[in-house]
Unconditional design. Structure first.
Length: 91
């Protein structure tokens, strides 16, 4: 699978622990809304609590923070890297 058919997902801290891996390549056919990417990533690890962790994570697409944007309106292009950063204690 070449990188134009995947979105690379990187997990940090609690998300990494919940996924049991530091990253996944999520297969895609073109672009995908962030909300759908979260679901697809969680489905790769159905026995874990990854979905609930991803729901509270800050998200970077490339190096750009998503902030408070609606996850259904944030479009991720194939070949992108998305990073999920859970809240950290102490700010």
């Amino acid at each position: 699978m070449n990188e134009t058919n995947v979105i690379r997902v990187r997990y940090w801290a609690a998300a990494k622990a919940a996924a049991g891996t530091p990253s996944d390549d999520v297969p895609v056919n073109g672009s995908l809304p962030l909300a759908e990417l979260r679901r697809a990533a969680a489905e790769l690890h159905p026995d874990h609590r990854l979905a609930e962790v991803l729901a509270v994570c800050s998200t970077l697409v490339g190096e750009q923070p998503v902030g408070t944007a609606d996850p259904d309106s944030v479009v991720i292009e194939a070949g992108s890297t998305v990073e999920f950063l859970p809240p950290f204690a102490g700010g």
